[in-house]
Write a protein that binds this ligand. Structure first.
Ligand SMILES: Nc1ncnc2c1ncn2[C@@H]1O[C@H](COP(=O)(O)OP(=O)(O)OP(=O)(O)O)[C@@H](O)[C@H]1O
Length: 619
């Protein structure tokens, strides 16, 4: 069972039990809810009446179960009816706007002008008390809530590229609404649903309490609370049972909707869920050890990253070995999907939800000369290292910078994290912007990210990353989103930073071999989640020892397009990795032996390694 499905077990069982009990009320061996037993009034629990008897001597358990039937039917019924109506109005209004918006969302919003309880009272007074009018009143009451939530979500989604792409493909508006927009607005809809069920139960109880909801002698939790209030001093438990049932039901529904929301959203924005099914914490961090005097800045051995949970076999990265010395630049290269980004995110403790380091070690030597294993570190440990010891430049600066904060404020915030004295912050902000080549830094520090050009935004991102003088800088394709001239400038900036901070190690993720040649001392070639070759850049480029590296080099257009040789096939997806050498299906050198077992690393020369059994034949 997938992890997502397991998250639904607990709330599913709770709500399922609840629904089963109230649905099965007619066949359960319960006492008659109307049968009075005056001598037994206010009796406590007994073998015959498990939860005791009420003010008329009626069985409390039977009334609780039958009362739940009424309360649930009204709350869930009205929440569903309002969801269907409100979602339709919100989708139509948000997608078509104009007049449609006026007659759907705006018209329904009139209801919001009236106090909820008063509106419910009005409908119930006009139509008379009872279950039907109550459901109608609650449906009317909650429809605008759904309409507004769905309308806002639709407005947001309709302007996104994938909806425009659907339009461009000629999809019918109805198809776009139901197949493209509706699944995207489902998560907020489910949140709304859990709130409405809870609120509807409370209003139903309130109206029944006032005598305007469920008509006695039919039991409902609201009626039970109302009756028990008068006898609170004699039999306080009569008040406790319906209140507990009400609170427990609302909590169960909230939990179910919360979990459904995270399960239905493939991006798992709320992965981890709530309460006790939260993602297990990382292993306890080992205490930092004193580092050997010649210890590298970072030594990754056999690092493995996998999807968490029962599908543990799904390795995304395995057998990753990388060493970074102080002042060294190591380039991670490989095709898209080879695991470069995940490896660098693991070093920052920023792996996406559901992914975890499942093996190996990543020993980092701190400024104080201690060794910390990043593969074992807990969140608090990472928090202490980030920014001051290890920092990261992301590929898309536009997405990584906070759009509503000025660049200067974002830098100041980062400096504060490292305890920079407040008085020194403004000058340091200007210095940093100057250092990364932003012209007129005194003025530009007041700019918002959208007021900067793409190149300037990337410079600001780099300023943020180096603000607290990290000793290890990770740069994940920092030039990919930029045009070639700006790319060259940003590379120059990295070279300049290296010159200015001699001890800083740099891990540079890229798939551009020309960039590797320009910036890196060592290159680590990754393929399908594995490090297949590594060594000093000049040596590897002059004499690759893995067919994949050789193919990558041959695929670089150099001096004319006729020299470009595409690598046939594509990187296998994680669930369909070949059993032996992962590159074998695309490799000209492959032999049956290659497909039998994953090749171990060989060392063709000092400081070099390759995972190819035929490396001697690769030129
Ligand atoms: N959140 C995730 N959940 C499941 N699989 C993921 C997730 N993120 C990445 N992967 C998978 O892990 C593998 C490695 O991805 P990664 O992003 O590290 O590759 P990459 O080499 O950085 O590629 P690119 O150059 O395109 O960024 C890919 O097969 C990808 O599909």
């Amino acid at each position: 069972m997938s992890r997502a499905a397991r998250k639904l077990i607990l709330p599913g069982i709770l709500v399922g039990l609840l629904v089963a009990v109230v649905l099965l009320a007619p066949v359960l061996p319960l006492a008659d809810v109307r049968m009075m037993d005056v001598p037994g009034r206010f009796s406590g629990p007994s073998a015959e009446h498990w939860l005791g008897q009420d003010e008329f001597g009626r069985d409390v358990l039977a009334r609780l179960i039958w009362g739940g039937r009424a309360s649930l039917f009204i709350a869930v019924g009205s929440a569903l009816a309002a969801a269907v109506l409100g979602t339709t109005l919100g989708l139509l209004g948000g997608y078509f706007r104009g007049v449609v918006e006026l007659v759907t969302v705006r018209a329904s919003e009139v209801i919001l002008c009236l106090p909820p309880l008063l509106l419910a009272l009005l409908v119930v007074t006009l139509l008379g008390a009872g279950t039907g009018p109550l459901i109608l009143a609650l449906t009317l009451l909650y429809t605008p809530n759904y309409a507004r939530v769905v309308y806002a979500a639709t407005l947001q989604v309709r302007s996104l590229d994938f909806v425009t792409a659907q339009r461009a493909m000629g999809a019918h508006p109805l198809a776009i609404l139901t197949r493209t927009i509706l699944p995207n607005v489902l998560p907020p809809l489910l949140v709304q649903m859990s709130l409405v069920v809870a609120s509807a139960m409370v209003i139903e109880s309130g109206l029944s309490f006032l005598g305007l909801g469920v008509v006695p002698p039919t039991p409902s939790w609201g009626l039970m609370i109302r009756a028990a209030r008068g006898a609170m001093e004699v039999a306080p438990m009569l008040l406790v049972w319906p209140s507990l049932a009400l609170a427990g039901t609302i909590l169960s529904f909230n939990l179910l909707c919360d979990r459904l929301q995270s399960v239905l959203d493939p991006r798992q924005i709320t992965a981890g869920g709530a309460l006790w099914l939260h993602r297990p914490a990382r292993k306890a961090a080992a205490a930092p050890q004193p580092a050997a005097p010649d210890a590298p800045l970072l030594r990754i051995r056999d690092l493995a990253i996998a999807v968490e949970g029962p599908r543990h076999g799904l390795d995304l990265v395995r057998r990753a070995d990388v060493t970074v010395l102080p002042g060294q630049t190591v380039a991670l290269v490989g095709e898209s999907g080879s695991g470069k980004t995940l490896t660098s995110l693991a070093l920052m403790g920023l792996l996406p939800d559901r992914l975890a380091v499942t093996g190996g070690e990543a020993l980092y030597t701190t400024r104080e000369g201690t060794t910390v294993d990043l593969a074992q570190l807990d969140d608090e440990g990472f928090r202490r290292l980030r920014s001051t010891e290890i920092s990261m430049v992301f590929q898309d600066a536009a997405a990584a910078l906070n759009p509503v904060l000025r660049i200067g404020d974002q830098l100041a915030e980062t400096l504060r994290v490292a305890g920079t004295p407040e008085a020194g912050i403004p000058a340091r902000v200007v210095d940093l912007l100057r250092q990364v080549g932003i012209p007129d830094p005194e003025r530009r520090c007041r700019a918002y990210p959208h007021e900067l050009s793409g190149g300037q935004r990337q410079r600001a991102m780099i300023a943020l990353a180096v603000a607290n003088s990290p000793r290890l800088l990770l740069a994940d394709e920092p030039t990919t989103a930029l045009d070639p001239t700006i790319q060259a400038q940003i590379l120059q900036l990295f070279l300049q930073l290296k010159r200015d901070t001699p001890g800083m190690g740099l891990v540079f993720v890229t798939h551009d071999l020309a960039v590797v040649a320009e910036i890196a001392d060592r290159v680590v070639v990754m393929y399908a989640g594995e490090v297949v070759e590594q060594g000093p850049v000049a040596e590897v480029f002059a004499r690759p020892r893995h067919p994949y590296t050789a193919a990558l080099i041959a695929s670089v257009p150099e001096g004319g397009a006729e020299r470009l040789v595409a690598i046939p096939g594509s990187v296998p997806p994680p669930h369909a990795m070949p059993p032996g050498c992962r590159f074998a299906p695309r490799c000209d050198f492959a032999r049956p032996l290659c497909e039998a077992a994953a090749p171990v690393a060989s060392a063709p020369a000092e400081g070099r390694s390759t995972r190819c059994i035929r490396w001697k034949e690769v030129t």
